[in-house]
Ligand binder design. Structure first.
Ligand code: CAA
Length: 381
């Protein structure tokens, strides 16, 4: 495994770091306070080619390798975990399913718009009673003439309030249970019978959009079926398996930011006549945080480089997500601790890291689901 970045990957890291420091950092406070979706920043990301990093040039993407895409999420999430998840969901599960499973017509119709950032993508799998047990989803799609009629609802849809296209999973065969009988559809925002529901007020990731979706006799043309009828659950899992590297990279960004802020504060803050970094209680904490960040980095970039090389990476992606999300939570908790009372105020970024980190252990498969996936690889091979 070669974890040295190529010249192209280093250029990507520099470009994203510059963008994050100059354009994203000054906007974070407002995004936090107003909980407003960062439309302007996404427009700039589109102009920089960041909304379609791993997408082939023939579909309007930047055609860079998967590792470059993961570098971009990692670097952006260090400054704004909100933008990190928007980018990850848009690309990994909002665009890639069309690239991997779409017809040529579907690819031509949607991918150039998604890759340029003109369109924002979302992924609609989760339902009120189908979270970890995604295969038990109840949304139905019945074929009537030239349409599928969708009825049901979805919850916790990231990017949902702003997205233009949704990869929606619905049951086309009532008799088949679990993931079988589920099909995938590309649903456009203005489809008759489709509406955006409640926007969640969340603990963290302020500025990101998380909504419910309603399908009431929603008429989706049969041409919008993605893949074969009944193939939907496989499409969901195939894209989630890889998409989880994106959330792992987002987690890594949060963890690394928490570490950097904790080290800087510990060096500056003096108590008992010396900087708190010189007290072993704090320096050991920093050492453990740094070790977790480094281990998370290795797992994230190992999974990314496997995916970039076209190799199977489901187990490594789940390991990366499991470990990096845990590291994001533990380092941000410790970063608050290092900051003492100040860390509990909104004046210091570590408070935001702490709130942003938790969901990384929940979405795109909880940590418990990652353990199921990893142990299945070990047991079933
Ligand atoms: N590629 C192709 N096919 C795959 C696959 C892959 N990577 N992984 C699994 N499959 C296939 C399997 O071979 C199986 O096919 P057969 O029925 O023909 O054998 C089928 O898909 C079902 O697979 P499993 O039997 O492994 O599925 P399961 O029902 O046991 O469930 C699970 C597995 C891991 C628990 C799954 O339900 C799961 O991942 N749950 C978590 C759901 C989740 O991650 N939700 C996230 C929502 S999106 C989100 O959060 C985005 C956001 O906002 C940030």
């Amino acid at each position: 495994m070669n974890l040295q970045f190529t010249d192209e990957q280093q250029m990507m890291r520099k470009m994203v770091r510059d963008f994050a420091e100059k354009e994203v950092a000054p906007a974070v406070e407002r995004m936090e306070e107003e909980d407003r979706f960062p439309v302007e920043l996404l427009k700039k990301m589109g102009e920089l080619g960041l909304m379609g990093i791993p997408i082939p040039e023939q579909y309007g993407g930047s055609e860079m390798d998967y590792t470059s895409y993961i570098i971009a999420i990692h670097e952006i999430a260090k400054v704004s975990a909100t933008l990190g998840v928007i980018l990850s969901v848009h690309t990994s599960v909002g665009t890639n399913p069309i690239l991997y499973f779409g017809t040529e017509e579907q690819k031509q119709k949607y991918i150039p718009k998604l890759a340029s950032g003109e369109y924002l993508g979302a992924f609609a799998l989760t339902e009120p009673s189908a979270g970890s047990d995604a295969g038990s989803l109840k949304t139905r799609a019945e074929k009537q003439g030239g349409h599928y009629i969708l009825n049901g609802s979805k919850v916790f849809i990231t990017n949902g309030g702003e997205a233009d296209t949704f990869i929606v999973f619905a049951r086309t065969n009532r008799d088949e249970k679990n993931g079988k009988g589920v099909s995938a559809f590309i649903v456009e925002r203005d489809t008759p019978g489709f509406s955006i529901g409640k926007a969640e007020k969340k603990m963290g990731l302020h500025g990101s959009s998380t909504v419910s979706l309603n399908f009431d006799q929603c008429q989706v043309p049969t041409s919008q079926l993605l893949g074969e009828e009944g193939e939907g659950f496989k499409i969901a899992l195939a894209n989630l398996n890889v998409g989880r590297i994106g959330i792992a990279a987002q987690s890594l960004g949060i963890a690394e930011a928490a570490l950097e802020h904790a080290v800087a504060y510990a060096k500056e803050r003096e108590q008992f006549g010396k900087s708190i970094a010189k007290h072993q209680g704090i320096s050991f904490k920093l050492a453990d945080m740094a070790t977790d960040v480094e281990a998370a980095k290795l797992l994230v970039y190992q999974a990314a480089s496997l995916q970039a090389a076209g190799e199977k990476c489901g187990k490594q992606a789940s390991m990366a997500k499991l470990f990096a999300s845990k590291a994001a939570v533990s380092t941000s908790i410790e970063a608050v601790q290092v900051h003492g009372g100040y860390g509990y105020t909104e004046d210091y970024a570590v408070e935001r890291f702490f709130r942003d980190a938790k969901v990384c252990e929940i979405y795109e498969g909880t940590s418990e689901i990652q353990r199921i996936v990893i142990s299945n690889h070990l047991i079933k091979g």
